[in-house]
Write a protein that binds this ligand. Structure first.
Ligand SMILES: NC(=O)C1=CN([C@@H]2O[C@H](COP(=O)(O)OP(=O)(O)OC[C@H]3O[C@@H](n4cnc5c(N)ncnc54)[C@H](OP(=O)(O)O)[C@@H]3O)[C@@H](O)[C@H]2O)C=CC1
Ligand SMILES: N[C@@H](CC=O)C(=O)O
Length: 331
């Protein structure tokens, strides 16, 4: 059977992870999707950079070349920032592709219009990787939305911040030292401003709010702070008192029906559910109408955890649409 063709936009930490997993899991994917999947092209910004070998794959800096690939079915998006990512995904959906993104800065704003466009076009969007890296929080909330109700969400949503706070507390490292390590490990963004200012967690929280409550709070009214103002002394003093700083994002519907949200460092004690979440891990506590609080925990950043949920998203979309096509063809 002819392979399903896919393209990867961006070949940094996440893009390389997608390429690795699609190739390492070729047989498993063929079994789950029903057809092989092949990475046909990769979009980069700088063609002169040295990169891992990708035999037979078109490497280009021109998105038009990607769109011109005959029978392209999936576009994985792992570039940075709102544009040109949003425009590329709009064009990919218009061309009948499923799209899978990790780009929360883009998706926090573009979700409603991209989702509308995809519905009209009959294609799908996967965005598990936009929130909490490899932690399956979108799948979990999607499932709860079927017949339960999410009433509130509280979580650690930035892996870099949690990694920095943990190393400051446990090893007395300076903020600058650990940030550098987080960049080397592929956790922090190339420009880490969004990680440490709280904006990365803010965007993720807005995506969760849209998914859980069907709307986002007014961005201007959400207090947002990062970990960049915390000193090593403050973190160590807190630890001596048995307390820990956690960067916590919280969203819930208030009694008046409005959505209330906040993002910032909070000093918590051992009885708080997020006290034990260390390193690059994220944790998302989802409060529900019927199942109490469900907490999902795992790596919030990094090459393979993030890429793995993107490949899973693509497999789900391809399987679902294949089944739909088969049913339509048979009837
Ligand atoms: N790293 C992680 O753990 C996670 C990252 N994400 C998100 O995934 C996305 C990718 O992150 P990451 O892989 O870490 O980032 P990197 O900085 O490692 O890689 C970004 C890639 O995108 C390419 N790129 C950037 N802008 C353009 C453009 N305008 N046109 C074409 N290519 C472009 C770069 O090209 P070139 O190499 O030529 O410079 C590079 O290959 C981001 O949106 C990030 O927020 C989400 C979850 C976890
Ligand atoms: N830089 C982000 C990557 C995942 O979204 C983080 O540290 O959480």
């Amino acid at each position: 059977m002819a392979p399903v063709k896919a393209a990867i936009l961006g070949f940094g930490t996440v893009g390389q992870g997608i390429y690795t997993i699609v190739n390492e899991r070729k047989q498993q994917l063929e079994k789950t999707i029903g057809t092989p999947i092949e990475i046909a092209a990769i979009l980069v910004r700088d063609l002169d950079k040295t990169r891992p070998e990708t035999p037979g794959v078109l490497i280009t800096d021109r998105f038009e070349e990607i769109l011109a690939i005959p029978d392209l079915k999936v576009v994985f998006e792992a570039i940075v920032g709102e544009e040109p990512a949003r425009t590329y995904l709009e064009q990919a959906i218009a061309a009948g592709c499923h799209v899978v993104t990790a780009n929360k800065v883009m998706y926090a704003k573009a979700a409603p219009s991209l989702e509308r466009q995809a519905r009209e076009q009959g294609t799908g969007i996967g965005y598990e990787a936009t929130v909490a890296g490899g932690v399956p929080v979108i799948k979990t909330i999607d499932n709860l939305n079927l017949s339960n109700e999410v009433t509130g969400i509280q979580g650690i949503l930035n892996g870099t911040s949690n990694f920095i706070l943990t190393k400051m507390r446990k090893e007395s490292c300076t903020f600058e030292e650990v940030l550098k390590e987080a960049q080397e490990l592929g956790y922090a963004e190339a420009d880490p401003t969004n990680d440490v200012s709280g904006f990365d967690a803010f965007c993720k929280l807005m995506i969760l709010s849209g998914l859980s409550f069907g709307e986002q709070p007014d961005w201007e009214n959400v207090p947002m702070e990062g970990i960049d103002a915390l000193s090593l002394d403050e973190v160590i003093d807190a630890d001596r008192q048995g307390l820990r700083y956690r960067h916590i994002a919280d969203v819930r519907r208030g009694e008046d029906g409005s959505i209330q949200a906040s993002v910032g460092p909070v000093l918590i004690g051992p009885d708080h559910p997020l006290y034990g979440i260390d390193g690059v891990d994220n944790a998302v506590a989802i409060e529900t109408a019927y199942a109490g609080t469900l907490t999902v925990i795992g790596p919030g950043a990094g090459m393979l955890p993030t890429a793995s949920v993107m490949v899973e998203d693509a497999a789900v979309l391809l399987r679902k649409h294949a089944t739909f096509r088969e049913l339509v063809t048979r009837s």
